[in-house]
Design a protein around this ligand. Structure first.
Ligand code: ADP
Ligand code: GLC
Length: 484
């Protein structure tokens, strides 16, 4: 089975969120399971710098508004995976992020940038760019890669099928309809039965309409996106695809997130040798200027600061936890109002709340190792990775019961405590009241040291490796190849 993954991000080269972690780990797991896997990525400077032995495959001349486009092929660092880079200097070689400039404005030419990525992936799929290799499956991730599904449909080839994974339905890639000619697809593709979405063009819709199979990153989110509440205006389109939509839970990279081998933390620890966790907690308290106090329950949050993540609920519920003697360390970046509000909370409660505004991979590991509990109060969460990292690090999650959070955390209540399956705390409504109640439950449970150790042991022993999900994707690829 030959599979081409198409994406805008890959850890550690370019990362804005969990998508990058998935695109780094899933292809490796598929290759371990016997698939012949390659990636195609936009040639952003970090990609061009990091990919090993990149050599030109074909010169594509001028396209998508770029004077010169070349396809390169090299190897993903740290793996044996071949990776194609679309080298279009005018479109991709610039500072800032993959979707926005450094000051947070969307790149004005994202239509061309991600139209080109989708087109190149489809051309590779059609066997027109690299004589030596052609995939059976093109697997596109999120709106940035979704146009590949439309271009493949335009090709109408039976030799290749497309799979589209929705990592987050809220980011849709919307562009002015009058720019549709730049994509070079026929006008049928631009109708309401194609990319047209309330007078605009939607890249997300290209994936939802034209992929042979659609997946999302947890079974619960797969059901949720077919509803008005979570469908972001596309629930009708998703219901229209019926049984080609399914959910496959993400795994985590056990080498990147392993408390027993983590080089970023104060002292490594494991299920059998848990002593290091207390050292990590004291080090974290010290690093963030909080009183070094083993008897204070330490909550952490590591997150994009956006309304999706519900961190505003933490701000409302916080005074109650402070009264309980709890500490909170937050690391996040994003919404300016939330950043300011967290800074103010830290200033108001200096002995209890500390905040790092910014993105810092190593520090995220130190939070994960030092915390007692991780708070993930999302309004919606397609999968969520930080609660999985929390489980692995014995930092028990407190989550809202939505999407992948509902699928991965077992709430502690009488029955689950009795049968030993509890791994965290879940609540239903996106309200400060419900979150507050869950945190108070968690603090009470934490004070029962023996009970807490049992829950930690259960959480740390859980298998969230990519092996199982990779087998599910391989099965889905087979179905896509042999189905209609
Ligand atoms: P999303 O992709 O919606 O942001 P996920 O939970 O799937 O949510 O993935 C988030 C990823 O980004 C995790 O790897 C998490 O550790 C990381 N992350 C988020 N914010 C920060 C930050 N400020 N610093 C370091 N890592 C962060
Ligand atoms: C998205 C989602 C997150 C998911 C990640 C990786 O960014 O918001 O829930 O874990 O993609 O699939």
């Amino acid at each position: 089975m030959r599979v081409l993954h198409v994406a805008a991000e890959v850890f550690p080269l370019v990362k804005t969120g969990g998508l990058a972690d998935v695109v780094a780990a899933l292809p490796v797991a598929l290759a371990h399971a016997g698939a012949d896997v390659r990636l195609v990525l936009p040639g952003m400077p970090q990609m061009l710098d990091a990919v090993l032995h990149a050599k030109p495959v074909i010169d594509l001349g001028a396209c998508f508004g770029a004077a010169r486009v070349r396809l390169l092929r090299g190897r993903m660092p740290g793996t044996q995976l071949p990776v194609y880079l679309v080298d279009a200097p005018l479109l991709y070689r610039r500072g800032g992020g993959p979707y926005q400039s450094a000051d947070g404005a969307e790149w004005p030419d994202n239509l061309q940038r991600y139209g080109l990525l989708g087109w190149v992936a489809a051309q590779l799929g059609a066997g027109e760019l690299d004589a030596g290799w052609r995939p059976d499956i093109v697997h596109a991730h999120d709106w940035h890669a979704a146009l590949s599904c439309a271009y493949l449909r335009a090709h109408a080839s039976d030799a290749v099928r497309s799979v589209y994974t929705v990592h987050n339905l809220a980011y849709q890639g919307l562009f002015p309809h009058e720019d549709s000619a730049l994509l070079g697809l026929s006008s049928n593709f631009m109708s309401a039965d194609g990319l047209e979405y309330h007078g605009q063009l939607s890249f997300m819709k290209a994936g939802l309409k034209f992929a042979d199979r659609i997946t999302t990153v947890s079974p619960t989110y797969a059901r949720e996106i077919a509803t008005h509440e979570f469908g972001c205006g596309l629930d009708g389109v998703i219901r229209g695809r019926g049984n080609v939509v399914s959910g496959i839970l993400n795994g985590i990279d056990p080498e990147v997130w392993d408390p027993a081998a983590d080089t970023a933390v104060a002292q490594r620890y494991s299920l059998d040798q848990p002593e290091g966790k207390a050292v990590c907690k004291a080090a974290l308290q010290k690093e963030f200027g909080l009183p070094v106090d083993a008897s204070a329950p330490l909550l952490i949050a590591i997150s994009r600061l956006s309304s999706q993540k519900g961190l505003d609920l933490i701000l409302s519920a916080l005074p109650q936890w402070v009264e309980q003697g709890a500490q909170l360390v937050v690391q996040g970046a994003g919404d300016a109002a939330l950043e300011a509000a967290f800074r103010m909370a830290a200033a108001a409660h200096p002995a209890h709340v500390a905040v790092h505004i910014g993105y810092d991979e190593n520090r995220a590991h130190r939070l994960m190792a030092g915390g007692d509990m991780i708070v993930v109060p999302s309004r919606f969460e397609p999968c969520g990775l930080t609660q999985l990292y929390g489980l692995r690090y014995g930092t028990l999650p407190i989550v809202r019961r939505v999407g992948g959070l509902a699928d991965t955390v077992v709430d502690a209540h009488t029955a689950t405590l009795a049968d030993g399956t509890a791994t965290g705390f879940a609540f239903d409504h996106a309200s400060a009241f419900d979150l507050g109640a869950a945190v108070l439950r968690a603090i009470a449970a934490w004070r029962d040291k023996a009970g807490w150790r049992t829950m930690m042991a259960r959480a740390m022993a859980e298998d969230f490796s990519w092996q199982g999900p990779a087998m599910q994707y391989l099965k889905l690829y087979e179905e896509a190849r042999h189905g209609d």
